[in-house]
Design a protein around this ligand. Sequence first.
Ligand code: PLP
Length: 393
Amino acid sequence: MSVANGRHILAMPGPTNIPDRVLQAMMRPAEELASKTIVDLTESVLADLKRIFRTTGETFVYAANGHGGWEAALTNVLSRGDKVLVLASGRFAIGWGEMAAFMGADVEVLPGSWRAAIDPAAVEARLRADDAHAIKAVLMVQIDTASGVVNDVPAVRRAIDAAGHPALFMVDGVASVGCMPFEMDSWGVDVAMSASQKGLMTSPGLAFVAANEKAIAAHKSATMKTLYWDWSSRMNTLAYMKHCGTAPEHLLFGLRAALDMIFEEGLEAVWERHRLLAGATHAAVARWAEGQAVTFNITDPLQRAPSVTPVLVQGIETATLTDFARDVGGVSLGLGIGELGGKAFRIAHMGHVNAPTVLGTLAVVEMTLQAKGVPHGAGGVDAAVAYLGAATA
Ligand SMILES: *Cc1c(COP(=O)(O)O)cnc(C)c1O
């Protein structure tokens, strides 16, 4: 028996639901690669990405996924043998660091918890100990999609400054940009990156990197550069050089529509919508947790991400739950990964989500817990509705 047929909902942390308007914007013929349409499209997207990252620096768009964005960021500012400090907080900064190591950087991981945010004091202490300033870059994620933690980017910047350390500050915003405040310039982030398929509501396949003056200066002397990612060639005035070849035209048309939607709603309003829908999700999980078998991964409520909530479950194979939610409930949840592998499912509430999508998703989760006999506090959906009712009154 199944009640899954109807519009399927992606409540996994990427890819996320693509708005019809974005899909329709891609439904068109290709254009000549140097046509005015493509040149203008590229210019408008690069300019609007500055508004998304909140920077007056340079923006770059690549035909790539988030991993490509990672590589683009690293290759442009590092040289082989450079020391890089990775601030662990789950899986994703570690993955970025593994990529840096593969590319020839000397990577050190500052250990962190899977259940809490990066500790800025530990960052400050490690950087103070680096008298010789051997560390060339500090890498972190704003939201770790595996642990569900939100790290405090400005607090880490203050820690770097308190240590008087000149390292480049590089932030992964794949699961956070477009979902919560990100202020590249006022927070002093030197390199930021993101991708199309999470908060930015577009098909997978585009990566974005933003670089400030300090990063561009580091780029000039970096020797890890390869032509496809190279910022200098992409800063060329010739349109096709901005893509190192033919533009990923349809993805850009889709992104254009998604950016229009974001700015029509207002970027701050988009952040607020995410905050409210995360609050509803957290209210539901808190209620389910009263049954003892279900609990939050991130213990401090203030450190829970506004875009994704990993939920720890005991006594059942987690894939049983996600299979049921998908096949019977019509909702794709994420499974736990890394240290949460086999121990958790993840509810994403990012991108093209509203009250019906999130409340519907939470209802399917509750139905799944009930159907599979997982002990849980009843009324999680009621708690979510009550939260949203009060918060929007
Ligand atoms: C999804 C994600 C990535 C990787 O993106 P891909 O497009 O899958 O390569 C990197 N960092 C974070 C924080 C993510 O959530």
